[in-house]
Design a protein around this ligand. Structure first.
Ligand code: FAD
Length: 399
């Protein structure tokens, strides 16, 4: 039997991963991206073992690993003096425990590695400059309309079109994303400009009243990625991401340790961006008869577990596996959602809980909370040891 034709809208990390996973299984795939050129923002991303496992199954892991840094540990540090509140060993310890490493990489490098892999399998699968505006489904197919009047027809539509998803709007109605009250500064630092002692080999989470900062190495340590997460109830800019003055960034971390000041002092002052962070509360119903959501369009989260892209990658592999089942399409989509809903909801809820923990109002409360926090291996096993390539699909629906 000929496998179905799948139209994927959105060539972010989730959409490209899905296109590869489907092509590997013999589906026909067309992937449409609104941007005129492929690329990613200038920022880093953490790639945990569960995501590395997916990248391996997609045939992209070796290229990703070659472009990544391998931090030795996770360190939680106190805003005012850098005191270490807690460490979680990464490196070989993590590799042994979860089967894959914990990496950090420039988003553009990760995106390129996935795109290269896609192009090596299906050089013509991708269409750029194609902004989907609506879709229509019938009993025997789905048709997607793009700005400019072009349409694409297939058997299934996957909305991998991110947090502002137009596919979601049609699948679930107008459920707008909620502004969390937090904004994310993203800026790169040339490591050469810093004294050796301030060049992290670790993922450092600096916690403090109403804000935290995440700092880690990229490209073998040549670049340092700085993300500053700050509470701010107002968001006046229309856009969700805007260039902001470096002085504002400095101000936001006024009074933090000398190390933070030194890093900000040499940050790229012309390229300081600030993002409004939006989420959606977990909500079932990711699909119609012929359209389904994946990644941020289904379950956008605060990035406080560094798992949003990992969840999109896992979704891709699980959806491709579900679509192979000998079942009517609607049932296969149910299997996918059932397999992914609880896990992705847990990530959304735990990420939100981390906001409270990381932003406690005083040094003493932060010390106390981290003393009481269990981050033992068993606590993280559900997250990092998950295998999207073998996780059981809902037994009741697959028998
Ligand atoms: P997106 O990456 O948003 O991609 C959607 C794509 O669809 C885009 O290319 C867009 O142009 C395209 N598109 C949108 N609308 C249309 C349309 N109508 N027609 C055609 N194309 C369209 N996750 C991690 O795993 N690790 C981390 O360390 C991490 N750090 C983060 C730090 C910050 C500050 C933030 C904000 C997020 C972080 N995340 C992290 C989360 C991660 O970035 C997202 O979860 C992930 O990018 C979601 O992937 P996606 O493919 O679902 O959506």
């Amino acid at each position: 039997m000929q496998k179905e034709k799948v139209i994927v809208v959105g060539a972010g990390l989730g959409g490209i991963a899905l296109a590869i996973a489907l092509l590997q299984k013999g589906f026909q795939v067309e992937i449409y991206e609104q941007a005129p050129a492929l690329g990613e923002i200038g920022a880093g991303i953490q790639v945990s073992p569960n995501a590395c496992r997916v990248l391996t199954s997609l045939g992209a892991f070796d290229e990703v690993k070659a472009l990544s840094a391998s931090p030795t540990e996770y360190r939680f540090r106190l805003f005012e003096n850098g005191e270490t509140l807690q460490t979680i060993p990464l490196g070989d310890n993590f590799l042994g425990r979860h089967g894959f490493p914990y990496l950090t990489i420039h988003r553009a490098d990760l995106h390129r590695a996935l795109t290269n892999r896609l192009m090596s399998i299906a050089p013509d699968a991708m269409r750029l400059n194609a902004k989907a505006i609506r879709f229509e489904e019938t009993h025997d197919g789905v048709s997607v309309e793009f700005e400019g009047g072009h349409t694409a027809k297939g058997d299934l539509l996957v909305g991998a079109d991110g947090i502002k998803s137009i596919v979601r709007k049609q699948v679930l109605g107008s459920t707008s994303a909620t502004y969390t009250g937090d904004q994310a500064w993203r800026v790169m630092v040339d490591a050469k400009l810093l004294p050796e002692a301030y060049r992290p080999k670790t993922v450092d989470i600096w916690v403090g009243p109403g804000r935290h900062a995440v700092i880690y190495p990229l490209r073998g340590g040549e670049i340092i990625n700085f993300v500053g997460l700050v509470e701010d109830e107002t968001w006046e800019d229309e856009s969700w991401a805007a260039k902001r003055p470096w002085d504002d960034l400095k101000n936001d971390f006024h009074g933090w340790s000398d190390e933070i000041q030194a890093i900000l002092e040499v940050a790229n002052r012309d390229e300081c961006y600030r993002w409004a962070l939006n989420i959606r509360q977990p909500m079932k119903g990711w699909k119609t008869q012929r359209a389904v959501l994946l990644g941020d369009s289904a379950h956008a989260t605060l990035p406080y577990m560094a798992q949003g892209a990992a969840m999109a990658l896992e979704d891709a592999v699980v959806l491709a596996r579900a679509l192979e089942l000998p079942r009517p399409l609607a049932e296969r989509l149910d299997v996918y959602e059932a397999a992914r809903f609880d896990r992705t909801s847990k990530v959304v809820l735990e990420s939100t809980a981390n906001r409270t923990l990381f932003h406690l109002p005083s040094a003493e409360q932060l010390r106390e909370a981290f003393r009481a926090r269990n981050v033992g291996a068993e606590r993280n096993a559900w997250l990092y040891s998950y295998d999207a390539t073998t996780t059981p699909l809902d037994a009741a629906q697959t028998e």
